[in-house]
Design a protein around this ligand. Structure first.
Ligand code: ADP
Ligand code: MG
Length: 227
């Protein structure tokens, strides 16, 4: 579970201070699917970066399974992130000099895991890229690159998957397939999914919708799933 308490985040600009998140309180339980929605600039990506421990808040606290992230050293934080989180970005962020297999194997190799190649192969097969494992990112379509990114995010069986507009760079049909894949793999793994999206239909597929407006949480809605 992850707990955000009275979270505040601001950026210092030449023109002054920009308050991006203002007193956000959220509790996300294990295995929940949560959508973060809101207009452009409302703080969605910032919230996700804080959840990912990639940014630290100026105010408030983030606890992962009761451990306050701000109390960890940067090495400890990196370990926590590596063991618990899988992150998917809008713009894939693949290593261009590595094949699909290389990209998916990398996090396991960094973590010193055995059978890295076998596990990465299994994930690439799950995302439907069994035949494309030796291709480089430049040889893959956008949808295929995002499949590689999903395989990479899930390869170490993280407890929580964070995705920031994962279909933002894809056409509607490809995007729908990617979302389907993400929900299915997440359900199979029983992991928590936090998904930033501006697509209300995608948001409704999550158990909870968190709505941000100008850095404040204006809605936290739980609903029964229709799918
Ligand atoms: N590194 C940064 N430095 C300065 N301002 C930033 C930075 N990152 C985001 N912002 C600003 O913070 C606000 C929220 O950004 P963001 O979290 O990316 O919103 P969203 O993802 O909802 O579009 C925006 O006004 C954006 O310009
Ligand atoms: Mg964003």
């Amino acid at each position: 579970m992850i707990e955000l308490k009275d979270l505040g985040m601001s950026y210092t600009l030449e023109s002054g201070t920009l308050d991006v998140l203002k007193g956000v309180d959220v509790f996300i339980g294990d295995g929940e699917t949560v959508a973060i929605v809101g207009p452009s600039g409302s703080g969605k990506t910032t919230l996700l970066l804080l959840l990912a421990g990639l940014e630290l808040p100026q105010l408030g606290d983030i606890k992962l399974d009761g451990i306050s992230l701000s109390e960890l050293s940067s090495d400890e934080l990196a370990d926590v992130r590596r063991d618990n989180l899988g992150i998917i970005f809008q713009s894939f962020h693949l290593v261009p000099s590595l094949t699909a297999l290389g990209n998916v194997t990398l996090p396991l190799e960094i973590a010193g895991k055995e059978n890295a190649k076998a596990r990465a192969t299994e994930l690439l097969e799950k995302v439907g890229l069994g035949e494309r494992m030796d291709h480089y990112p430049s040889q893959l379509s956008g949808g295929e690159q995002q499949r590689v990114a999903i395989a990479r995010a899930l390869v170490h069986a993280p407890k929580m998957v964070l995705a920031d507009e994962p279909t933002g760079n894809l056409d509607i049909k490809t995007g729908a397939k990617i979302i389907e894949l993400l929900f299915n793999l997440n359900a199979d793994a029983g992991s928590t999914l936090v998904l930033v999206t501006h697509d209300e239909a995608i948001a409704r597929r999550c158990q909870r919708v968190l709505r941000l407006h100008e850095g404040q949480l204006i809605e936290d809605e739980s609903h029964a799933l229709s799918n």
